[in-house]
Design a binder for this molecule. Structure first.
Ligand code: CUA
Length: 328
């Protein structure tokens, strides 16, 4: 592009697809908005009372004309509909093998945590050529995570997890904005996204700053857990979760091994996929979704865990939900 920054760079696999659709929409609008004034002008002049024009036998209807102006816009509108629906579905359904990063928005900053335990504020480091999935929540009000160069934007909502994914195509630094008015310093809730080669990203991940300490490591871990899941395991132990949620006591509470991603049946007969939002809800408001065959005896952990700790607990439950211990 030329030097006038009218459009952000195209730096993700979505960028060109979004832009093409956008330009077609602009083109269609210009076409119709551009044609109509000229037709009006022509008719105003042609039938002005000073002009000699044939004003007899006015045409009352023309089937072919009416069909033309109905069918052509209908086809165009349907093309735009299916095209954008296809793009929307691609953007809302992450592929199976993504790198997961957890994001917390709060007044007025962005906080990110990588499964390796690496944390960062108002920055997000991602590898190029690898799908990245962000699992996001807010500690206070609604924010919106927006990376113009990637053409992705997703609301970040308190009390639940929203998901967004992208694949960066070009190394570089890009703007990160909050795109939802969230209070006095909303306009300063900005940051940068750093897209780097996979090797550089791995090197960055292992650089020794802001990492959850190795103190979080458990002794009797059957599988190798990543630091974020290890931190979750420690919270799991501190909060005494294991006194009910372990194999020997599974009459009191469901076993959490292999829970993540499975289908859960509640005592109401409803079924749920045990995803991040389900696990979050089960920790904060256990009585709202009691698994079939169990008593509603679990206390709520609302106000006892920070969003950070919740994400670490979820990372742990995800890790023990997978035989190889990796986050899916
Ligand atoms: Cu956060 Cu605007």
């Amino acid at each position: 592009m030329w030097d006038f920054p009218f459009f952000p760079e195209q730096a993700s696999t979505f960028a060109q697809r979004v832009d093409l659709l956008y330009f077609v929409l602009v083109g269609l609008s210009l076409l119709f908005a551009g044609i109509l004034p000229f037709v009006m002008l022509y008719l105003i002049v042609k039938y002005h009372r000073s002009m000699k024009a044939n004003r007899q036998n006015p045409v009352n209807s023309s089937l072919s004309l009416e069909l033309t102006w109905s069918i052509i816009p209908l086809v165009l509108a349907l093309v735009v509909f299916f095209w954008s629906a296809w793009l929307y579905l691609d953007m809302t359904r992450p592929p199976p093998d993504t790198l997961e990063v957890y994001v917390i928005g709060k007044q007025w900053m962005w906080h990110a945590q990588h499964p390796s335990g690496k944390r960062e504020n108002n920055e997000l480091h991602v590898p190029v050529g690898q799908p990245v999935k962000l699992i996001m929540t807010s500690q206070d009000v609604i924010h919106s995570f927006y990376i113009p160069a990637f053409r992705v934007k997703q609301d970040v909502v308190p009390g639940r997890y929203t998901v967004m994914w992208f694949e960066a195509t070009k190394e570089g630094e890009y703007h990160l904005f909050c795109a939802e008015y969230c209070g006095t310093e909303h306009s300063r809730m900005v940051g940068r996204v750093v897209a780097m080669s996979l090797a550089d990203y791995q090197r960055w991940l292992t650089a020794e700053t802001d990492v959850i300490g190795p103190a979080a490591a458990g002794q009797d871990t059957p599988v190798q857990l990543e630091p974020m899941a290890l931190a979750g395991q420690q919270i799991f132990a501190q909060q005494g979760c294991a006194s009910c949620h372990r194999l020997e006591t599974n009459v009191r509470a469901p076993v959490l091994e292999k829970l993540y991603g499975s289908t859960v049946r509640l005592d109401t007969g409803e079924t749920f996929i045990a995803d991040e939002n389900y696990i979050r809800q089960s920790i904060l408001d256990p009585a709202s979704q009691v698994v079939a065959g169990f008593e509603p005896i679990m206390p709520t952990y609302e106000d006892q865990l920070t969003e950070d700790q919740l994400l670490q607990l979820i990372a742990y439950i995800k890790a023990i939900g997978n035989p190889d211990g990796s986050t899916p």
